[in-house]
Write a protein that binds this ligand. Structure first.
Ligand code: PGA
Length: 276
């Protein structure tokens, strides 16, 4: 697991966008696993900027979103279908037929879940998965549980998640109680994962994800077992991490000095390809 601590939300978003852009330069037909929520909004804004300024190409990209609320129509402004179109898909040249978001109103939910996993597999699996993290350390909508749910499944949302997401709705009662989410196995099968977090309210979840024991009541902790995860956190979300780690992982902004972080070349590599 590699950890990058940034000074701000904006810097976190820029670093994440550079990694995604780098992925698309290296493999234009990448299969991307995408996340919603307020955390990746800045990353999407940066990607749109790179598309519009230097033509970052999405024409061969295939996307799979992590999750969707059950019971909201696509037109509902709080649906993740709506979110993704508003923040990314409507502004880049991704083909509509290459966009996949779980259907939150399926005739047969079990079939929908199976179909989603089969489709991901048929497209060759996810090359780069973008993750946010809940205050309860959920990833996707994999809530703390007594076991890790492997595949795409129906989830009963935690009270904590409903409260956290109520800020997007007029009333807390309007937040759907159920969702459909990619499972932990599906996420863990991604070839690369980036996990983003910003703000003090994510500090405990980030600590658990990186340092806690691997257990299903802190779902993000499973990422410690993945071979290629980059955690990109602003300093508030990193505030509970040991000082030693923070110093080691901070981005060295002085371009004259060689960076002490071995992962820095990824960012620099992408930077050379696309100036955000
Ligand atoms: P947020 O949600 O980005 O809106 O904080 C993240 C999550 O719940 O996974």
């Amino acid at each position: 697991m590699r950890i990058i601590v940034t000074d701000s939300y904006e810097e976190m978003s820029t670093v994440a966008a550079r990694i995604v852009a780098g992925q698309l330069y290296l493999k234009p037909n990448s299969v991307l696993g995408l996340a919603t929520g307020s955390t990746p909004e800045g990353m999407y804004a940066n990607l749109v900027k790179v598309h519009q300024s230097v033509g970052l190409d999405f024409s061969e990209v295939i996307s799979f979103n992590l999750d969707e609320y059950i019971g909201l129509d696509k037109e509902n402004e709080q649906s993740y279908y709506y979110f993704m179109h508003k923040h990314l898909f409507d502004h880049v040249n991704i083909k509509p037929e290459n966009i996949h978001i779980p259907n939150g109103n399926p005739e047969n939910l079990e079939e929908e879940c199976k179909k989603y996993d089969k489709l991901i597999e048929a497209k060759g699996g996810i090359d780069l998965q973008v993750l946010g993290i809940g205050q309860n350390a959920h990833i996707g909508f994999n809530e703390p549980d007594i076991k890790f749910e492997a595949t795409t499944h129906k989830v009963k949302l935690d009270e904590e998640t409903i409260k956290a997401n109520a800020r997007f709705f007029e009333h807390e009662e309007d937040v759907p109680k159920y969702a459909i989410s990619m499972g932990i196995k599906t996420i863990m099968l991604a070839k690369k994962i980036i996990l983003l977090a910003s703000g003090k309210n994510k500090a405990e979840a980030i600590y658990k994800a990186i340092y806690g024991s691997v257990r299903p009541d802190a779902p993000a902790s499973i990422l410690q077992l993945h071979q290629d995860v980059v955690v990109i956190v602003d300093k508030d979300a990193a505030s509970l991490l040991p000082e030693k780690i923070k110093r080691f992982c901070k981005i060295n902004k002085n371009q004259e000095q060689p960076s002490r972080i071995y992962k820095f070349y990824i960012i620099e590599g992408c930077f050379l390809l696309c100036q955000l």
